[in-house]
Design a protein around this ligand. Structure first.
Ligand SMILES: Cc1cc2nc3c(=O)[nH]c(=O)nc-3n(C[C@H](O)[C@H](O)[C@H](O)COP(=O)(O)OP(=O)(O)OC[C@H]3O[C@@H](n4cnc5c(N)ncnc54)[C@H](O)[C@@H]3O)c2cc1C
Length: 427
């Protein structure tokens, strides 16, 4: 990377996208200040620790072949945890549990499919693993596969568990198939929760010289020639040669109302949401199911502490979630539905509950990757010197991988911008 000494960059937002951008730019020599509204860094990747139990904001798994893992490795942030592989995972179909087909043996024995469906499932999943792609929506791609209702529901479940997206008629087939392929490569639950990754990123950023401001809410961003000025709610102002908005589309648009491209993205974004019940249990019953995926209902249950150090000895952390469809709002049964799933999978869990976290309608990703619309580029064509990063921006990956990939792209774009500025100044 070129040396950017004396160039100044402001970053709004201290989640994964903001921290990755800050660390890379400071390592390249820029003077970087990051402003986070909350009292702690991390955004949706925060973890709450209570009496030795670590609760992420809903179930979080890192994709081993994804951009977030790649950027952590590039920055030298340690990632400690284990690849997940629950014994005998279950699929929930019409109120009954069945072996979830994950490989040849489980496909052979599962009561979920008949013999013909087993062959078709094997062919379709192998086709995806081998690089199947499609144009249009994921629903249109599934139409072409001529699937029985059970097979179609199973593929929709596979799509939900790898992407959180419960929108087959909206999501891009190409992006969804890429995401399923990524999921098939394996995911990892992280020791001490995702806060350990946030802390690792913050350490690298600090060591590289980033000034990290928490409890520092930015109110406005003003573009002034080739510079941009942040105005904070406390009245302080911070001028820089470039600014990255590592916040959601609605927040970005509110920070810079005159920027039409941001207003458009805020209007077009269709958030991906989930209801979550995160449970800390004093012990895990031997007969409990460690992994259940809803086939005809958009539900998920997984014992994360079996793979990662998330609980004191003997204790357990299990995450339950409902993948919400676009426009769906949390109902009055948002949590009781998840408790019902726990009743089915974990006998006697109510007497073992130590702590819980309930999240209703949580934004998992700021925008569905749509078939009918490209994601915005990290460079704002109508605002020189302003850049965006987050799970709604750039063209690579979904959820945290999109945040990390867009952050890396924004870093490259900022460097190009700063080089142009210094060339113009020298001319
Ligand atoms: C329930 C759930 C489950 C998930 N599971 C997974 C998973 O398994 N795998 C995966 O890869 N991803 C998962 N994700 C997604 C992942 O958490 C997010 O994609 C990622 O954390 C987003 O990071 P970000 O930096 O783009 O945004 P955010 O984390 O939202 O960070 C934006 C930051 O900007 C700050 N901010 C906003 N406005 C201002 C302002 N005016 N001034 C200053 N600061 C401001 C906010 O406080 C926030 O900290 C999950 C998310 C949820 C909610």
């Amino acid at each position: 990377m070129p040396n950017l000494t004396a160039s100044s960059v402001n970053i709004v937002g201290g989640g994964i996208a903001g921290l990755i951008s800050a660390a890379h730019l400071a390592k390249a020599g820029a003077r970087v200040s990051l402003f986070e509204a909350a009292s702690a860094l991390g955004g949706r990747a925060r973890t709450r620790e209570v009496n030795g139990y670590f609760l992420n904001q809903g179930p979080h798994a890192i994709y081993l072949g994804g951009a977030f893992h790649r950027e952590l490795v590039r920055l030298g942030v340690p990632v400690s945890g284990k690849r997940t592989q629950a014994p005998n995972p279950q699929g929930l179909w019409r109120g009954r549990l069945h072996t979830l087909p994950q490989g040849a043996a489980s496909l052979l024995t599962t009561s979920l499919f008949n013999a013909g469906e087993k062959l078709t499932y094997m062919r379709v999943v192998k086709g995806i693993a081998d690089g199947a792609s499609g144009s249009g929506t994921f629903a249109e791609w599934m139409d072409e596969q001529k699937l029985t209702p059970r097979l179609r529901a199973s593929l929709e479940a596979l799509a939900r568990v790898t992407s959180y997206t419960n929108a087959p008629h909206m999501v891009s087939a190409a992006a969804m198939l890429d995401q399923i392929r990524l999921g098939l490569k394996g995911v990892m639950y992280v020791d001490a929760g995702w806060a350990s990754l946030v802390n690792g990123l913050a350490d690298v950023a600090r060591e590289a010289g980033v000034v990290l401001h928490s409890a520092a809410r930015v109110e406005h961003v003003l573009v002034e020639g080739r510079s941009s000025r942040l105005v904070l709610v406390d009245g302080t102002e911070h001028l820089a040669e470039a600014t990255i908005l590592a916040v959601g589309p609605g927040e970005a648009a509110a920070l810079a109302p005159p920027i039409a491209s941001l207003k458009l993205e805020a209007a077009e974004a269709r958030p991906v949401r989930a209801n979550c019940l995160d449970l800390a249990l004093s012990r895990w019953p031997d007969e409990a199911r460690q992994f259940v995926l809803g086939i005809d209902q958009p539900l998920y249950l997984s014992l994360h502490s079996v793979a990662a150090k998330l609980a004191p000895d003997g204790g357990a952390v299990v995450h339950l979630a409902r993948y919400m469809a676009p426009g769906e709002m949390p109902g009055s049964d948002a949590i009781s539905e998840l408790e019902g799933l726990a009743d089915l999978a974990i006998p006697g869990w109510r007497a073992l509950e130590v702590r819980r976290q309930e999240l209703r309608g949580m934004i998992v990703s700021n925008a569905v990757v749509r078939a009918d619309r490209a994601r915005p580029d990290v460079v704002l064509a109508d605002a020189g010197g302003l850049f965006i990063a987050g799970d709604w921006a750039g063209g690579e990956g979904m959820i945290s991988d999109a945040s990390a990939a867009s952050a890396a792209k924004a870093v490259d774009a900022v460097q190009r911008w700063l080089r142009q500025s210094s060339t113009q100044a020298a001319a």
